[in-house]
Design a protein around this ligand. Structure first.
Ligand code: MG
Length: 380
């Protein structure tokens, strides 16, 4: 039996992870479930998975969770409890799906304790990729859980660095792929939330519409697979069936394909190097009426230009890009700025930041805070 800690249990990835863990109880037991403040979901998963510990990040909701789960499991609170949980000697795997920067410290602690980290939190590598990969080189390991990175991981399995010419992350193109630039700039919130293929949380769905999601994923891929900016590209596959491709030095292209179901990438993140049986639908190529690929339009979707700058500069620039985008998305959701304002804000904040090489977590978090402050002030 393998013991698993799930950080960010109540989000879209966390709930899919609960499905995977519940379907594989002969293989996994749950050491800890942690979430911010969705107590209803924590209680549902406690009944489903019988974890030894449940953690809420919210001090305010802690007493309520204690009374809800009295007699069922140990209830704890806060970042320290999460860091303690991931270091326990009987824990094998830590699935980190926390949205935001709160995942960085527990991931660093888990790696230091030699754990396998199934990583779904984008911010961990976008902000602190250099620090995190240095930690992973010393002890522990990282298996990516995002569908594209799981795809790349599978395409590159067992290959030497000099065999790899280029890696493509695929994008669905989002709801605005075929729209005119002017219409995209003035898109409404409900239009941005209408994702054609993936069912995800609100922030990542808006990031898919702006292609900022792909920009963040390019930064993650750079770190996970030790690639440079020229070895990374994006191709649109509107069917979301091909998740990643690798071009090898002899011109061979390896693709990873499956139905768009996050549970597959989560399952592989947990079970790697083994594979779990997949219940439910499988990819039926004969029934797939078409499989199309397009180059993304970087003029219409400037996120990919931002990614290129952030990939080349490295250091604190990806953290700045991410922080400015988070604020810009919040301002768009508040109705303060048009959809196109997201790009204006991110572009301006990136232009006005001084890039420093990554030295410490404090420094990266400071760059993040500074970019947030600017992003609230800039005109969108
Ligand atoms: Mg993805």
């Amino acid at each position: 039996m393998e013991k698993v800690v799930v950080l960010g249990a109540s989000g879209s990835i966390g709930r899919s992870a609960a499905d995977v863990l519940a379907a594989n109880k002969d293989r996994y037991t749950v050491h800890t479930l942690a979430a911010k403040e969705n107590l209803t979901e924590l209680c549902r998963q406690t009944d489903l998975l019988a974890p030894e510990n449940v953690i809420t990040a919210s001090e305010k909701r802690f007493p309520e969770l204690q009374s809800l789960l009295a007699g069922k499991t140990a209830v704890k609170c806060g970042m320290e409890a999460m860091i303690e949980a991931v270091q326990q000697p009987d824990v094998d795997t830590v699935l980190c799906a926390i949205v935001g920067t709160a995942g960085i410290m527990p991931v660093l602690a888990a790696l230091k304790a030699g754990k396998k980290v199934a990583l779904a939190s984008k911010e961990v590598l976008v902000l602190a990729g250099e620090l995190v990969m240095r930690a992973a080189a010393e002890s522990g390991s990282i298996v990516p859980v995002d569908s594209e990175h799981s795809g790349v991981f599978q395409c590159l399995a067992g290959r030497r660095g000099d065999e790899i010419k280029k890696v493509w992350l695929t994008a669905s193109g989002g709801p605005f792929r075929t729209w005119e630039a002017e219409k995209i700039n003035n898109a409404s919130l409900s239009e941005a939330l209408a994702h054609p293929t993936w069912n995800m949380g609100r922030k990542v769905t808006i990031d898919s519409a702006s292609m900022m999601n792909k920009a963040l994923e390019l930064i993650e891929a750079k770190h996970l697979f030790a690639l440079n900016a020229d070895q990374l590209d994006v191709v649109i596959n509107p069917q979301s069936v091909v998740h990643a491709l690798a071009e090898l030095s002899d011109g061979s292209m390896i693709a990873q394909m499956s139905v768009p179901d996050m549970r597959m990438a989560i399952a592989y993140g947990l079970s790697y190097p083994e594979r779990l049986e997949k219940p439910g639908s499988h990819l039926d190529l004969a029934k797939l009426s078409e499989l199309k690929f397009y180059a993304p339009d970087k003029k219409k979707f400037p996120s990919l230009e931002f990614a290129d700058a952030a990939l080349r500069a490295g250091g604190t620039l990806p953290a700045v890009m991410n922080a400015a985008n988070e604020v810009a998305v919040e301002r768009f959701c508040n109705g303060e700025i048009p959809f196109g304002g997201i790009w204006k804000i991110v572009g301006r904040v990136m232009e006005n930041s001084v890039v420093e090489p990554q030295k410490s977590l404090e420094q990266v978090l400071q760059a993040d805070a500074e970019a947030r402050r600017k992003a609230w002030e800039v005109k969108g």
